[in-house]
Design a protein around this ligand. Structure first.
Ligand code: IMP
Length: 430
């Protein structure tokens, strides 16, 4: 049985929520494997809008198991706020349809403090984080001082974990001019939420391995995007997790041999939120138009997204690193009405040509994109459900993208509505 991993192939906000929802109809289990509530996935189902940050997109469908894997950093208070919000929209969430890895590390209020304090101290060189405490929580995981879900089940363990954690954080806070942590308050808060959270805790690796053996279809839902990857992204302007497909295995406990198809989500142009290099960024009327037509505002922070032309160099690079088998191309309709479109096909730095983005920050800062111009189209592609409904120039644009990124289109999305999707290859097919 083919299990599918979905990853964003750009800087996030590629429209993963809709595609995951579309695929989740075919899946039995939907698992998040990295990131936290810095993600913002918008689903539109029968005109109703669902906004998800931490919960897997499949949660809105009946009869599916949603999983939060160990690779995720989990803010328990944000989780229950999101659960309550969805309940108000008629989505019932219980341990029947949600399980959380026992070994997932927690995001605590002190992580959010640190995120904010560091960003404030960085001034102009700030990362532009979502302020959710993601980076500091991952630091504590790797630093072996995180509090994990299972630790909440035993007060003695929790006390030992708190000692270790505060021995690190209190001096750090002092250096940043912040008050020490109120240990008693934090401990009480954790013990208060513990039974609620522990009701969902499972050895996710085991359940998923059993599910796989039973022939269930598993969909792994990536968050953020490949260019925000801690290793391969535009470091240090990245998030703190591995956003590439390989994380689906280590972030849940199901080995890589269980993954049959890697689907890269690719927007028909490029956007980015926060600071950092962006070679094809447009600071003109075209960029403005992309932002307005594409409603490019962050789901989590409401920040305006930076917009630019499609960068085939970067997408080729991320598809290679994640081993993408096929892409889902989204928001093609945002390009309707442009006379000409540009695609970045290479870079020039100090007179030298590059077919990839070099790692050195000094070189990245000097990148000049090499563009290929393509004819635009004036017909509407919005809501198209077959190739026959697309103008010839739009098909040409899509075909050129496939050629340049060396990866075929498996799905084409033409509006936020889940049924406005053209299927070329079913990622779940064996
Ligand atoms: P953090 O993940 O909050 O630490 O933010 C680090 C960088 O990742 C910032 O540039 C954020 O804007 C970006 N980022 C984090 N999550 C998302 C997302 O879901 N979509 C797009 N950008 C994101």
């Amino acid at each position: 049985m083919a299990n599918v991993v979905v990853v964003g192939a750009q800087w996030g906000d590629e429209g993963k929520g809709k595609i995951v929802d579309w695929l989740s109809e075919r899946a039995d289990v939907i698992a998040r494997f990295q990131g936290g509530h810095n993600a913002g996935h918008t689903l539109v189902i029968d005109g109703e809008v669902f906004k998800l940050s931490l919960l897997p997109s499949g949660i809105v469908r009946k009869g599916k198991m949603a999983v939060i894997g160990n690779g995720v950093v989990l803010d328990p208070w944000a989780l229950f706020t999101e659960i309550d919000k969805l309940a108000a929209q008629g989505v019932a969430i219980s341990p029947e349809n949600l399980m959380i890895a026992e070994n997932a590390p927690l995001i605590l209020p002190l992580h959010q403090d640190l995120d904010r304090l560091r960003e404030e101290a960085a001034g102009a060189s700030k990362i532009g984080t979502t302020g959710r405490g993601i980076g500091p929580a991952y630091e504590d995981k790797v630093g072996r001082r995180a509090i994990r879900v299972a630790d909440l089940g035993d007060e003695e363990t929790l006390d030992a974990r708190l000692d270790r954690l505060l021995a690190h954080h209190d001096p750090l806070r002092k250096g940043l001019g912040a008050e020490p942590i109120d240990r008693a308050e934090l401990r009480a808060k954790l013990l208060e939420i513990a039974p609620k959270l522990l009701a969902y805790a499972q050895p996710v690796w085991k359940v998923l391995n059993d599910d796989r053996r039973a022939g269930k279809r598993i969909l792994f839902e990536g968050a953020q995007g490949s260019l925000l990857d801690i290793d391969f992204g535009t470091y240090p302007y990245v998030t703190s997790s591995t956003t590439m497909s390989g994380m689906a295995s280590t972030g849940t406990g199901l080995g890589p041999s269980s993954i049959g198809f890697v689907l890269g989500i690719v927007k028909a142009y490029t956007t980015r939120v926060g600071s950092g290099p962006f070679p094809t960024e447009l600071d003109d009327a075209d960029g403005q138009r992309l932002g307005e037509r594409g409603h490019e505002f962050g789901t989590v922070t409401g920040r305006k997204r930076r917009c630019g032309w499609f960068d085939a160099v970067l997408v080729r690079q991320t598809c290679a690193i994640s081993g993408v088998n096929g892409i889902a191309l989204t928001k093609l309709d945002v390009l309707d009405g442009f006379d000409t479109l540009k695609i970045c096909v290479g870079y020039e730095i100090d007179g030298k040509k590059y077919d990839h983005l070099p790692t050195a920050a000094a070189l990245q800062a000097k990148v000049t994109p090499i563009y290929e111009e393509m004819e635009g189209w004036h017909e509407s592609t919005q809501g198209a459900r077959s190739w026959a409904q697309l103008p010839a120039a739009a098909i040409k644009y899509v075909r050129r993208i496939e050629e340049l990124i060396q990866c075929p289109v498996a799905l084409l999305s033409t509006s936020p509505e889940r049924d406005d999707t053209i299927l070329v290859t079913d990622p779940f097919a064996d």
